[in-house]
Design a protein around this ligand. Structure first.
Ligand code: SF4
Ligand code: SF4
Ligand code: SF4
Ligand code: FES
Length: 591
């Protein structure tokens, strides 16, 4: 890469040509405040003006997030003019902002608040009318509060460029401009898949998950049997909320914290993941043996299922009928577990702790309940909400023991295959481990199928199962899924099995995971944005390696569940409890 010579604050530096001033300054150790730019220091809108600097010879101040460096450039960050301009930009944003920081869920992780401190913003400097605001809390997954929006456009860009969806845009003009789905519709009434990727990038409390902590508190207070189950991806990131470096394994500490929060039982959704594999692998083998509809598409990511229902409903028949792991486990808790323990299922309240905002929506879907209408899962908390519960309880994370486990009560054991569900390619690998055994009668000699691992958005592999070649593909993020879906639509898909996850990288990068924003990660290196997904993935792969049981079909609690209760994968009872149906939603809420 070609270099250019520049001066910042009078000091000479060589930086890569093509960088913005913001990027170059960061690379040289200067911290220019910024809000609308993405975390890599690039920006398409340059709307917030909090990154203004002075450049010798330029007319007026320049927005450092869009202005490229060039040979001989002299940049002043600390000139009085630049300092005052940045402060005024933030004060103007605050003048049209509903500043109830004390009650705001974003407090502690709010970039606007941090930047206000950085520039020394003064209280009430500009006072005037406020833009009429919308508060949208109809969607189970997320809320939108435009009184907190700074019109930075990050969410618009993410939904469009990263997910390839484009639900969000600017509505109205001038002072009345807000961010919203078309015609200021609710998320619940637009084809938003509730993935929460926009929530991850929002710098303020304008986009947040729909919190359910109060519902969980109430259930505990009412003396219900509140049973919690925690998804594999949560352990890969919850430590970040407690200043652990990204990629630090904290599974046992997480269980220690959960045991102190007042739940009646604490289970791991890895058990449900093992159960999903039993059903999904069986479904795949049945389709292969009986010339059924192929490729089979995985169904454990509700954002992805939503996407298919809204945008490719003609492909619904390819989708596995399996419920997702936590929904399966919820159904088993309220049937098998309740029966064995003599508990009335109506007195059980199942709380799933998930890396995902779309799971909050999934639990409300039709087809996720028992015959008598009892929902499989009653509440879903994100990883961030779990961290809030731990923090408010006064638990000292650093002092938690490093040797706690899920409760060993019928559903306590899990395999390594269940753990890797949280990363893109993990469901595929787990399913292959079991499909191999079912088709050949033998365990795969290497256990691992490394050819399906990796973080590229779309990838494929050919798997040799006793001389029979099975072609499989994996995609994460909806923009990438589209490529594989178009192939199926055109009748050109060469695959038997396709795994799709709604969020880029899989659940470890779900919309309910801790925010990865350098200003809140003091223990991390500057390049963390390019490596955090693989660091979180490594937590799950190393936990898989440590397990003595690594295939779902070898989990003793799963074996007992089938022998005592379900009979076999795909049995009538299994169909009733563990499988679901889908709906064509294209007509319902057209974009
Ligand atoms: S978004 Fe930030 S500045 Fe606004 S109320 Fe919430 S914490 Fe305060
Ligand atoms: S939740 Fe996902 S689909 Fe909905 S607006 Fe946000 S990024 Fe777009
Ligand atoms: S909702 Fe959040 S991300 Fe979207 S424009 Fe407003 S402040 Fe920016
Ligand atoms: S960060 Fe540069 S204009 Fe917003």
């Amino acid at each position: 890469m070609a270099k250019v010579n520049i001066k910042i604050e009078g000091h000479p530096y060589q930086v890569e040509s093509g960088m913005t001033i913001l990027q170059a300054a960061k690379a040289c150790g200067y911290n220019i405040p910024s809000l609308c730019s993405f975390m890599d220091g690039r920006c398409s809108l340059a709307s917030c003006r909090v990154c203004l600097v002075e450049v010798k010879g330029a007319r007026g101040l320049v927005a450092s997030c869009v202005y490229p460096v060039n040979e001989g450039m002299e940049i002043s960050i600390s000139s009085q003019k630049a300092v005052e301009a940045r402060r005024s930009s933030v004060e103007l944003l605050l003048s049209n902002h509903h500043k109830n920081c004390l009650q705001c869920e974003k407090n502690g992780k709010c970039e606007l608040l941090e930047v206000s401190k950085m520039v020394g913003a003064r209280e009430g400097k500009y006072i005037g009318d406020m833009t009429p605001a919308t508060y949208d809390e109809l969607a189970p997954g997320l809320i939108r509060d435009t009184s907190k929006c700074i019109l930075c456009g990050r969410c618009i860009e993410t939904c469009k460029a990263l997910q390839g969806i484009g639900i969000l845009g600017f509505e109205n003009r001038g002072f009345k401009t807000i961010v919203s789905p078309t015609q200021n519709r609710s998320f619940a009434k637009s084809p938003c898949i509730q993935c929460g990727q926009c929530v991850l990038v929002c710098p303020t409390g304008a986009l947040m998950e729909h919190s359910e902590i109060d519902r969980v508190d109430l259930a505990i207070k009412q003396g219900k049997y509140v049973i919690c189950q925690v998804a594999p991806a949560v352990r890969a990131a919850i430590g970040e909320e407690f200043d652990e470096k990204i990629g630090t394994p904290v599974t046992d500490k997480m269980f220690a914290a959960l045991h102190r929060l007042g739940f009646y039982r604490v289970f791991d959704v890895n058990f449900g993941a093992d159960l999903t594999i039993m059903e999904e692998a069986n479904e795949l083998i049945e389709r292969i043996k009986h010339n059924g509809v192929l490729p089979q598409l995985t169904s454990c990511s509700p954002g992805w299922v939503n996407y298919l229902e809204y945008y490719y409903p003609e492909l619904i028949k390819y989708l596995s009928t399996c419920k997702s792991p936590h929904q399966m486990q919820g159904a088993i808790i309220k049937s098998y577990y309740a029966e064995k323990n003599g508990i009335d299922p109506k007195d059980i309240f199942v709380v799933s702790i998930m890396p995902c905002t779309a799971k909050k929506y999934e639990k409300t879907r039709p087809g996720q309940e028992s015959k008598d209408g009892l929902k499989d899962v009653d509440a879903v908390l994100t990883t961030r909400e779990l961290a809030k519960m731990i923090k408010r309880s006064g638990i000292n994370w650093k002092r938690l023991p490093d040797n706690d486990k899920p409760d060993d009560d019928l559903l306590g054991q899990y395999s390594g295959a269940g753990v890797i569900f949280g990363v893109t390619g993990g469901v595929m690998e787990a399913a292959l481990r079991t499909a191999y055994k079912t088709l050949t009668g033998k365990e795969h000699p290497l256990i691992e199928f490394k050819e399906v691992r990796g973080l590229q958005g779309v990838r494929d592999a050919s798997i040799n199962i006793d001389g029979k070649i099975i072609k499989v593909a994996i995609a994460s993020g909806m923009k990438n899924a589209k490529i594989l879906l178009e192939e199926i639509k055109q009748g050109k898909s060469p695959y038997a099995f396709i795994e799709i996850m709604g969020c880029p990288g899989g659940c470890i990068n779900g919309g309910g995971q801790p925010y990865v924003k350098p200003m809140f990660l003091p223990n991390e290196d500057d390049d963390i944005l390019s490596t955090y997904v693989s660091k979180r993935a490594s937590v799950l792969y190393s936990e898989d390696e440590r397990q003595t049981i690594r295939q779902s079909h070898n989990n003793p609690d799963i074996i007992r569940l089938y022998s005592d209760y379900l009979d076999k994968p795909g049995s009538e009872k299994a169909e009733e409890l563990l499988h679901t149906f889908y709906n064509d939603k294209r007509e319902k809420y057209p974009n």
